[in-house]
Design a protein around this ligand. Structure first.
Ligand SMILES: Cc1cc2nc3c(=O)[nH]c(=O)nc-3n(C[C@H](O)[C@H](O)[C@H](O)COP(=O)(O)OP(=O)(O)OC[C@H]3O[C@@H](n4cnc5c(N)ncnc54)[C@H](O)[C@@H]3O)c2cc1C
Length: 317
């Protein structure tokens, strides 16, 4: 899309993800990750508490053993604009979007092929290949094809606040050892996020906020980590759902082992946006050529759910 003058310039802010380790066990994971990331060409750096403090004087690092950050091409980008333009371009290239709900999946007699899906409008859509890309509702849609997958909606809260004394430089997306995170949001505002200790699967339509969590847990954590956040004003908040793969918090992608024209693009567990361009390309390749060409995604195949083979990432939100 680079060459299309209609496409707006993207907002990309490379303020990085600052992972903070308060114990040796997580510090070790950050060291291992840094080696892997550096070998793959990423500019991830490890910082001592003094190193963190000299770059970002606003942090309290009293309990911190190690930090990890990458300031090259890592941080925040405007995913909504990217999504809109991918959709616009796909439509220009002949893709048809139908706004409706799949309520039934119809298979052949031997149950090894999907032949059509039924929509809430009553319309039946037939096809040769079908992709389940239904986010937190992935398990419900898979069940329509008689297939179980361990994906469930888990509530994640977001809070936008304005600081009375804004920081004098960009706040990296900071992952506190408590598990809560906070990042720069522009104009003296910041975005924090996280979830309660009790983290059950929730109802698909449950977007209720937990006001106690902000007041009694998140704000004190933020204030402890960044004392300048002593005085702040909450200006917006919402709840969303992670499509949590309870096996290993990672994607399920590719065909089912027996219903071979039913494909998964599921279980992104809170990191689907950053993976979307690669995952989209991968599924397009496997639909078109029957194999991956650019990046081998077979580690994320459906069969691992059957043999319990986990693909674990050590530092994710
Ligand atoms: C609070 C929060 C913060 C996040 N932050 C990040 C982040 O910083 N970085 C990152 O990479 N990721 C982040 N994520 C995760 C990211 O948003 C998801 O991984 C990503 O949106 C998944 O995309 P998807 O296309 O798989 O699913 P979705 O975006 O959920 O899309 C699924 C679509 O399927 C449709 N659908 C469902 N059921 C049916 C049906 N029966 N028939 C027809 N259509 C159906 C839905 O309406 C929806 O349009 C965050 C998620 C949350 C909740």
């Amino acid at each position: 899309m680079d060459y299309d003058i209609r496409v707006p310039k993207l907002t990309i802010k490379s303020f990085g993800y600052m992972y903070l380790a308060a114990d040796e066990s997580f510090a070790k994971k950050l060291r291992n990750n840094q080696k892997i990331q550096a070998a793959a060409g990423a500019a991830t750096e490890l910082l001592t508490p003094d190193g963190i403090k000299s770059r970002y004087p606003f942090y309290n690092v009293d309990d911190i053993k190690l930090g990890s950050i990458n300031l090259v091409n890592e941080g925040y980008w405007d995913s909504i604009t990217v999504f809109e333009w991918m959709k616009n371009k796909a439509q220009e290239n002949g893709v048809e979007y139908v706004e409706n709900e799949v309520i039934e999946i119809i298979k052949n007699k031997s149950e090894d092929q999907v032949i059509s899906v039924k929509l809430a409008s009553g319309e039946i859509i037939t096809g040769r290949k079908f992709v389940n890309a239904t986010g937190p509702r992935a398990a419900v849609v898979s069940q329509m094809a008689g297939i179980e997958i361990p994906v469930e909606p888990r509530k994640r809260y977001s809070w936008i606040f304005k600081a009375e004394k804004p920081l004098d430089r960009d706040l990296p997306l900071t992952i506190d050892p408590s598990g809560f995170h906070v990042r720069e949001n522009g104009g003296g505002t910041y975005q924090a996020g996280g979830h309660g200790v009790h983290d059950p699967a929730v109802n698909f339509d449950d977007f209720q906020m937990d006001n106690d969590l902000w007041e009694n847990t998140v704000w004190p954590i933020l204030f402890n980590r960044i004392p300048q956040f002593e005085s702040l004003k909450l200006i917006n908040q919402w709840a969303g759902h992670y499509a949590m793969n309870t096996l290993d918090q990672n994607a399920i992608i590719g065909p089912h082992n027996t219903v071979q024209n039913f494909f998964f693009q599921n279980g992104f567990s809170g990191h689907g946006t950053q993976q979307a361009p690669a995952m989209g390309r991968a599924i397009a390749e496997i639909l078109t050529y029957g194999c991956y060409k650019t990046i081998d995604m077979s580690a994320f195949k459906y069969e691992r759910l059957l043999n319990g083979h986990k693909v674990i990432e050590e530092a994710i939100i």
